[in-house]
Design a protein around this ligand. Structure first.
Ligand code: IMP
Ligand code: MG
Length: 187
């Protein structure tokens, strides 16, 4: 495996900045859901949002459950999601009449999250909101509400902190930008 330092063009968001912002986002959620009586369920779309979910929930003081779902998308290239999105792992719990907060790593075109929102809405949750760590606004194709947003980022391919490069490097504690000319996919 290539050492990430060989293709890291810049650290876009360092660990300290990430963690400080996550505390702020958690505080917003704590405030907004403080008086909510019905259960809150954080739904993480595997696998990218996993690291963010774990750090975020450690700063929440509102009672909540977590659940997971996974989807796959097929399209023009592996670095873009287009059209054909399909559910590959369904939730374990029934979300009817519950307050749902979708926790996502990044919203790019917005196609994935709009598919997921439409799908979850059919199950009649009490409320449905979106919390995204990163927002690549420039690439948006679908209109999506982002109720809690960590950072707006430029149109660059990023990795680390849950986001992968060919399924690797999710463990890095920062958000880095890939130099695609230097990066060699594994295998
Ligand atoms: P969208 O459907 O175009 O909004 O894409 C959302 C999904 O694409 C995210 O959940 C990520 O899994 C993936 N993605 C988009 N941009 C990046 C990136 O810069 N790095 C890693 N994954 C990304
Ligand atoms: Mg993802």
């Amino acid at each position: 495996m290539q050492n990430y330092k060989n293709f890291l063009s810049e650290i876009l968001i360092d660990e300290e900045t990430l963690q400080a912002r996550i505390v702020e986002v958690a505080a917003e959620i704590n405030r907004d859901y403080a008086d909510v009586q019905e259960p809150l369920v954080l739904i993480c779309i595997l696998r990218g949002g996993m690291v963010f979910l774990v750090d975020l929930m450690r700063h929440l003081n509102v009672l909540h459950q977590i659940d997971f779902m996974a989807i796959s998308s097929y399209g023009r290239g592996t670095r873009e999601s287009h059209g054909n999105i399909r559910l590959t792992l369904d939730l374990q719990s029934d979300i009817r009449d519950k307050h749902i907060l979708l926790v996502e790593d990044i919203i790019d075109s917005g196609n994935t999250i709009s598919y997921v929102l439409e799908f979850l809405q059919t199950r009649q949750p009490k409320s449905l909101k979106v919390c995204a760590l990163l927002d690549k606004q420039e690439r948006r194709e679908a209109v999506v509400p982002i109720h809690y947003r960590g950072f707006a980022i430029p149109n660059k391919y990023v990795f680390g902190y849950g986001l992968d490069l060919d399924e690797y490097y999710r463990n890095l504690p920062f958000i880095g930008v890939v130099d695609l000319e230097k990066y060699q996919p594994p295998g």
